[in-house]
Design a protein around this ligand. Structure first.
Ligand code: 6PG
Length: 263
């Protein structure tokens, strides 16, 4: 998968509007994957922003997303139980998965309640191994969803983390998140995140505007100071789309405001 150009920037007037655009894109990606390979491997994002996407997915016409042929994974999670309010899995179950017909055998959560925490990380790496072990058969995932923090972190890859240099491991432990919620985390590494046919970020709110401006200005160079930027370069990674509300896009050059504007 050689990306020939930079990321695509899609700006909507507000989070519900841009989430609806991303939901339609997720549905189209799902139908395309099922036509081509009989299944749709979708990686969900954590944090709060995905709630808007999940609501938009539920508003799509019946049948738009091939849920019965969808396999669900996570790019990271807090190492807590599924009922803990900090659980990314718990949030997805509440806002999406309990409302769509994805068979439970096709939902692969990070078992954050396992202890010691490294056991939870090793178990998820084993879960992903069949998908990641044979890159010659193509990327592990069809669509990988991510968010981004105001410091440019994505998944649970934080600025300056040594995990950003990891080339072999697919899932790593963050013993204690430097950003709230301050919980131990399991996160996919950059090689695992890159093993997707496409990556879509959903980013909203003015707090993200300064780091997005920094990232955009430095493209195609990325920096470990803004981990999300390491997925946006032109280094042969998968195609990337950034879905932004106007607040998050507020400091970008005006040409970015053309919806879908490319660099
Ligand atoms: C997590 C996420 C993290 C999140 C960003 C944005 O588990 O917290 O993986 O990377 O996407 O922190 O979070 P918000 O959507 O809540 O702003």
């Amino acid at each position: 998968m050689v990306r020939s150009e930079g990321p695509r920037w899609i700006v909507g007037k507000d989070l519900p509007t841009v989430s609806a655009r991303l939901a339609r894109h997720v549905a189209a990606a799902g139908r395309k994957a099922v036509r081509a390979r009989g299944r749709f491997r979708l990686v969900l994002a954590g944090g709060e922003t995905p709630r808007a996407l999940h609501a938009a997915l539920l508003r799509l016409p019946r049948g738009a997303v091939p849920w019965t042929r969808t396999w669900i994974y996570w790019g990271d999670d807090r190492l807590v139980g599924p009922k803990d309010p900090d659980s990314n899995y718990g949030m997805a179950r509440e806002t999406l998965l309990s409302h769509v017909p994805v068979p439970s055998r096709q939902v692969f959560r990070i078992r954050g309640e396992r202890r010691p925490t490294r056991a939870a990380v090793r178990a998820y790496a084993r879960t992903l191994e069949p998908l990641l072990a044979s890159p010659e058969e193509g990327p592990a995932f069809d669509l990988l969803l991510l968010g981004m923090g105001p410091d440019g972190h994505t998944a649970s890859l934080f600025p300056g983390s040594p995990l950003l240099r990891e080339k072999a491991a697919t899932v790593e432990l963050v013993p204690m998140s430097p950003r709230p919620p301050h919980r131990p985390r399991a996160t996919l590494t950059l090689p695992a995140l890159r093993s997707s046919r496409e990556i879509c970020f959903l980013i909203a709110g003015g707090s993200k505007a300064p780091v997005l401006r920094t990232i955009e200005a430095r493209l195609p160079q990325g920096s470990a100071r803004q981990p999300a930027s390491l997925l946006l370069g032109e280094d042969g990674g998968p195609p990337v789309r950034l879905y932004l509300d106007r607040e998050a896009a507020g400091l970008l050059p005006r040409q970015r405001w053309k919806e879908g504007g490319r660099r």
